[in-house]
Design a protein around this ligand. Structure first.
Ligand SMILES: Nc1ncnc2c1ncn2[C@@H]1O[C@H](COP(=O)(O)OP(=O)(O)OP(=O)(O)O)[C@@H](O)[C@H]1O
Ligand SMILES: O=P(O)(O)OC[C@H]1O[C@H](OP(=O)(O)OP(=O)(O)O)[C@H](O)[C@@H]1O
Ligand SMILES: [Mg+2]
Length: 286
């Protein structure tokens, strides 16, 4: 199996849709019906393993899978020998300490001698050690937020995104200890044939990511403002300038990051730009 790579993705959960969505945006076709644990692409040399996210770092470190998509939180917790190839920009969350809302909190020393429930004993243990706090870490595998209300622990350390799960369970976030997003990981000892396939995949992911973070901009501008406008939207090489039917006016086409666009929009309008259109880019190769 040296001419095909295997990627481990989460079977069902917070990473699944975006992981498979990214693969599909790379033009890779595959079938993943309910209950299917393995699938081979019909148009790219890649096989999928659908797993629980906890198992992904281990499978990749052992070489059972060549690649994996997993949250950085799970990766650091499992502490396996894998390489991080790319940050993927989705499943962004933080790992935080939280305590009952009614408690007074004046700093990390609050946790001295306390009992903390978590699914991330390593990350929490390292953090407390660094802060010089001794606490009793109680490892549980899920529903961590209910631990204080059932008397299992005095505080928790768990994933927070919107904060609504904490709120619903009468808790407040008091310390953020780790920031995470999904990452593409690889086995560090892949044979060259597999590395070549991984490079092809990375090229495609890069094109998808660049496309997402950039926009195609079209606008009309009086010819005397073209220099100013070109300086604001310089594009990949340089903008395309086409004459309009109306004398003295041109259409300018360029590519710009979404962030830069919002920063420069006033400048463009002050320079006399009109009819500004911003269009999504599906893929982008520089
Ligand atoms: N609310 C959230 N917002 C954004 N990202 C999240 C959120 N919750 C979890 N994540 C990220 O997604 C990963 C998977 O979360 P999920 O809740 O699906 O895990 P799980 O229940 O352990 O799944 P599995 O059944 O595969 O073990 C987490 O490790 C984290 O990186
Ligand atoms: O801050 P919030 O936006 O509320 O998100 C945080 C929650 O999201 C995750 O659980 P998920 O909903 O994925 O369910 P799970 O516990 O079954 O994994 C995580 O374990 C938290 O409980
Ligand atoms: Mg899990």
């Amino acid at each position: 199996m040296e001419n095909i790579i295997r990627i481990a993705v989460q079977k069902s959960g917070r990473l699944s849709d975006d992981s498979l969505g990214l693969i599909k945006e790379c033009g890779i076709k595959f079938y993943n019906g309910t209950g299917k644990l393995k699938s081979i692409s019909t148009n790219f040399p890649i096989e999928f393993l659908f797993l629980r996210d906890d198992d992904i770092p281990g499978y990749v470190a052992d070489g059972v899978a060549d690649l994996g998509i997993v949250g950085e939180n799970e990766l650091v917790e499992k502490d396996k020998k894998v390489e991080v190839l790319k940050k993927l920009g989705f499943s962004k969350c933080r790992l935080s300490l939280a305590i009952p809302k009614s408690e007074k909190y004046e700093g990390i020393r609050y946790f001295e001698g306390k009992n903390i429930a978590t699914s991330y004993p390593k990350i929490l243990g390292d953090y407390l050690k660094e802060k010089g706090i001794y606490a009793d870490i109680h490892e549980i595998s899920g529903s961590v937020e209910i631990a204080p209300s059932i008397g299992l622990a005095e505080g928790i350390c768990d994933i927070v995104s919107s904060g609504s799960t904490l709120m619903m369970n009468g808790l407040k976030e008091v310390e953020e200890i780790f920031r995470s997003e999904a990452v593409l990981i690889s086995n560090p000892n892949m044979v060259v044939t597999k590395q070549k396939i991984v490079e092809k995949l990375l090229f495609r992911i890069d094109a998808v990511q660049k496309g997402k973070s950039n926009k195609y901009v079209l606008l009309n501008a009086p010819n005397e403002s073209l220099d100013k406008i070109i300086s604001l939207i310089p594009g990949m090489k340089s903008p395309t300038i086409l004459p309009l039917a109306e004398k003295g006016w041109s259409s300018v086409h360029s590519v710009i990051s979404e962030e830069q666009f919002w920063e420069n929009i006033e400048g463009l309008r002050e320079a006399g730009a009109q009819g500004i259109l911003v269009v999504p880019i599906e893929k982008m190769v520089i």
